[in-house]
Design a protein around this ligand. Structure first.
Ligand code: F6R
Length: 366
């Protein structure tokens, strides 16, 4: 059932061209610049009246939520908070009923996420679940469901469900943003064209995975590692670090690169590799200066960068390339690179990749 792959995780990483395609199939209109999400049963007026979005999730799904925040704010003009489900439940949220709650949960069974959604519903908030499992508990607890269509994920470390969650968030942000008159038809068309190119671009990354495997050798004997990114690449850094620590047991931290000098820079030495997500965008120059900061402390820097970016080579030790894409969509491609990097690092360390110690695929206890 691993279809010739050594691990489910590797198989699932390779399924991403298809899982992404399936998630947006039949929903994107390139001609009109619209995304059709009839399953939400959200009236246009309701969408126009929305004041705020609260995203509730745990782990990898929470990392996807951070990207969602940036997308809803940019494309739909909606203030968005991203809450850790286990914190939200025991805090005193100030909700008035004109917010939309979005629960992101691959399994649809995470106990804290379910409880947090119940609590937000008690304030009269409308809820949408983004989940991969048809008929899971969250689908009964939410007003509507947007499915990621990744197929079952067996590896404990989330991979194809994460990138499909990102795709669901792009679609939702474009949908809300078009109705609210924030994102223009032309901008939406560019994004839709870009989304349709993602499966082919991921395939290109998968075809060149040997290079990532060679790079992973740099990590195998390290104790600590940092992942840095800014803006949309910040959640990519968080997810890259989570994946590495989960399956390779290397201590890894994901940081908003601008935060480095507020503490973690003290830990950077020639023994702490730094992975910088440096695809092009309006924070590109900023991440270059963060890269210089860590290079000055002798860190080995591995950059994830656009395939036609030759400037980056001057500043870093290793460049892992992704096909150039729309700035907002690059996180999907960079995430695939980081999944492979974690996978090959864990492989070099002979770790139990599909079933990491102490972890369960779905966390149905608090
Ligand atoms: C990471 C991972 C976990 C889950 C988290 C939430 O690879 O798998 O961090 O993302 O337990 O799970 P769901 O999305 O099922 O609510």
């Amino acid at each position: 059932e691993k279809a010739g792959y050594e691990h489910f995780m590797l198989k699932e990483i390779h399924e991403q061209p298809t899982s992404i395609q399936n998630t947006f199939a039949g929903k994107l209109s390139e001609l009109e610049g619209t995304v059709t999400l009839d399953e939400l049963y959200l009236e246009r007026d309701e969408i126009k009246r929305l004041k705020r979005v609260t995203i509730i999730a745990c782990g990898t799904s929470w990392n996807a939520g951070i990207l969602g925040k940036y997308l809803f704010e940019k494309l739909a003009g909606l203030h968005t908070d991203v809450e850790t489900a286990s914190e939200f439940r025991y805090s005193n949220p100030v909700l008035c009923g004109e917010e939309l709650t979005i629960a992101i949960t691959q399994s649809g069974e995470t106990a804290d996420t379910l409880a947090a959604v119940r609590s937000s519903s008690s304030y009269g908030c409308r809820s949408i679940a983004i989940t991969n499992v048809v008929g899971s508990t969250i689908t009964r607890e939410s007003d509507s469901v947007l499915y990621t269509r990744s197929g079952p994920e067996i590896g404990v470390a989330a991979t194809k469900t994460f990138t499909a969650q990102l795709v669901a968030l792009y679609m939702l942000a474009i949908h809300l943003g078009r109705i609210r008159g924030v994102v223009s038809a032309n901008e939406a068309k560019d994004l839709i064209v870009g989304m349709k190119r993602l499966p082919g671009q991921i395939q290109k990354i998968l075809n060149k995975k040997e290079m990532i495997k060679e790079c992973a050798a740099q990590f195998a004997d390290k104790r600590d590692c940092f992942f840095i990114g800014r803006y949309l690449n910040y959640p990519v850094a968080l997810e890259g670090a989570l994946k590495l620590k989960e399956i390779s047991y290397i201590h890894a931290e994901g940081y908003a690169a601008g935060e480095l000098k507020h503490g973690p820079l003290a830990l950077i030495t020639d023994e702490t590799p730094v992975v910088a997500i440096a695809t092009r965008g309006h924070t590109y120059e900023k991440i270059l200066s963060n890269i210089k900061e860590v290079k000055a402390r002798n860190a080995t820097v591995i950059a994830v960068a656009d395939d036609d970016d030759t400037e980056i080579d001057k500043y870093v030790d290793i460049v892992l390339r992704v096909p150039s894409s729309h700035e907002l969509l690059a996180p999907v491609l960079s995430s695939v690179v980081l999944q492979l990097l974690s996978y090959y690092t864990a492989l070099a360390k002979d770790c139990s990749i599909d079933k990491p110690r102490n972890l369960a695929k779905s966390v149905t206890v608090e």
